[in-house]
Design a protein around this ligand. Structure first.
Ligand code: 4AD
Ligand code: MG
Length: 464
């Protein structure tokens, strides 16, 4: 199939790594084809980069297939790489051989015109071939690499945490159940479904977070991180929520909230710098076609000091703002994205880390502060998106953890192992979760989470 003989277009256009005047083989898909007098021009894209390679056919009569090479067709092209005399491209391919590998007829949906993102979601099997989704997919891959690079270079170990779990980390109850019991004839015991007869012998769910298992690993390996899919059955149909999303969760033994905030700051800045420096092809595209301010926004964050603000102060600022919010603020209520955006966009004009949240509104595992009303939680808020990171120092004291869980009405029995970590060699530790998809929205300027995930899962949508 000549797979190893082919030259990727990125080698030619991005890396400038191919010598002129030699014969090369390119395989890709036709973006456009047009003829002018006796010459045919074919724009070929092979997915390796943004740019198309222009193939020039000087003797179209020699290639019988040419008439069937329409937009969308897969082609195999051999030719000589030459400097292009025309404006708009540096190189072009003077074609010596041309083969049609896979036809696409007139019904191919991606004809040369702009399509709405809504429409493209319906054809998620074809949208990766568009400029926008090519760029999104390449960015996703590169930023995933940057995530690993950041932690590996700092001596963190990558931990695979389970996707199927019996514990509810966030305690929010918005989990997808996993079961093999027949849904209309499940065995019952005392009027309740008898999960001891289920596949795993107990109730199981898709995980909402890898944190609890990451804590196990941190209390053995020191510094660890997870990077995997998580699932939430909350019925929030917003542009920033997905039912399946990827999260990066570092967990550090012997670390407190202050250290947690520091690593979160360094991590975000690292990813944004990486995008600016290593994803130039994609960033140029996003800056031109999606949001003119993306580069500026990232540069601003990389160079700014993140504000650190106790929750109580944040609430005071919001109360005094005189701003009319859809959701009223007051001590004890969770911040909504309108509040978060007000703090970052209007008040501080840079990222803000809000910390020490009321105990009542946060998860059971967060460390109780001396005031007994707040916990050592922190959220990193950024302009335009609001919360991008949620984290905390974990409760390492056995008795305090137990009392806190009882107060929240969480059954202790399933968490025996979690208590063991506090019983045997407990140590202060902290961590956080960064939403990977929200990070990509931020970098690209794409405003809907459905358009940075290859195959989004959101309420009422699980196609492909
Ligand atoms: O704040 P969250 O719920 O934190 C946790 O899950 C902790 N266990 C993390 C930890 O301390 N290890 O979620 C963390 C981040 C959020 O800040 C947000 O960026 C993202 O995950 N996130 C979502 N992204 C897309 N769709 C959703 N439905 C999301 N819910 C949370
Ligand atoms: Mg959160």
């Amino acid at each position: 199939m000549d797979y190893f003989k082919r030259t990727r277009i990125s080698k030619i256009l991005l890396e400038d790594a191919v010598d002129l005047n030699q014969t090369i083989l390119v395989m890709g898909w036709v973006r456009t084809i047009r003829d002018s007098k006796e010459i045919v021009f074919i724009e070929i894209n092979d997915g390796s980069c943004m740019g198309n390679l222009q193939a020039v056919v000087n003797n179209p009569g020699n290639f019988g297939d040419l008439k069937r090479m329409l937009t969308g067709a897969a082609v195999r092209v051999e030719g000589t790489l030459v400097e292009s005399p025309a404006k708009g491209q540096k190189y072009e391919l003077a074609v010596t051989d041309l083969q049609l590998l896979g036809e696409a007829d007139q019904s191919y949906p991606l004809q040369k015109k702009r399509h709405s993102f809504e429409y493209l979601r319906e054809i998620a099997h074809l949208r990766p071939r568009t400029n926008t989704f090519g760029a999104v997919n390449r960015l996703r891959s590169k930023i995933a690499y940057a995530v690993h690079k950041f932690y590996q270079e700092r001596g963190f170990y990558y931990i695979h945490t389970p996707i199927i779990t019996a514990s509810d980390c966030e305690g929010a109850g918005d989990m997808f159940r996993i079961t093999t019991l027949p849904h209309n004839a499940a065995p019952e015991e005392n009027g309740k479904v008898d999960y001891t007869q289920d596949f795993f012998g107990s109730e199981t769910f898709l995980t909402v977070s890898g944190q609890l298992e990451a804590e196990i690993a941190a209390l053995a390996l020191g510094d660890v991180y997870t990077f995997g899919p998580t699932f939430r059955a909350e019925n929030s149909n917003t542009s920033r929520h997905a039912s399946e999303f990827w999260m990066i969760e570092p967990e550090m033994a012997f670390c407190d909230l202050d250290g947690d905030m520091q690593i979160a700051t360094d991590f975000l800045k690292y990813l944004f710098s990486f995008a600016l420096e290593q994803c130039a092809d994609e960033m140029t595209f996003f800056g031109t076609w999606i949001d003119k301010t993306v580069r500026e926004t990232l540069e601003h964050i990389v160079s700014s000091e993140f504000e650190r603000l106790p929750y109580t102060e944040a609430v005071k600022i919001l109360e005094k703002s005189g701003q009319k919010f859809e959701f009223p603020v007051g001590w004890g209520v969770d911040l909504q994205s309108e509040h978060e955006r007000y703090l970052t966009e209007i008040v501080f004009k840079r990222p803000v880390i809000v910390y020490d949240y009321p105990k009542k509104i946060k998860a059971f595992y967060m460390r109780v502060n001396d005031d007994e009303k707040t916990v050592a939680a922190m959220d990193v808020l950024v302009p335009k998106v609001g919360e991008i990171i949620g984290g905390s120092q974990r409760e390492e004291r056995f008795d305090v953890l137990k009392a806190h869980m009882e107060e929240k009405g969480i059954p202790l029995e399933p968490y025996g192992w979690y208590f063991d970590l506090r019983k045997y060699g407990t140590a202060p530790h902290a961590g956080f979760g960064l939403g990977f998809d929200r990070t990509l929205m931020y970098i690209s300027g794409m405003t809907n989470i459905r358009d940075v995930q290859p195959f989004p899962r959101v309420p009422r949508w699980a196609k492909f």
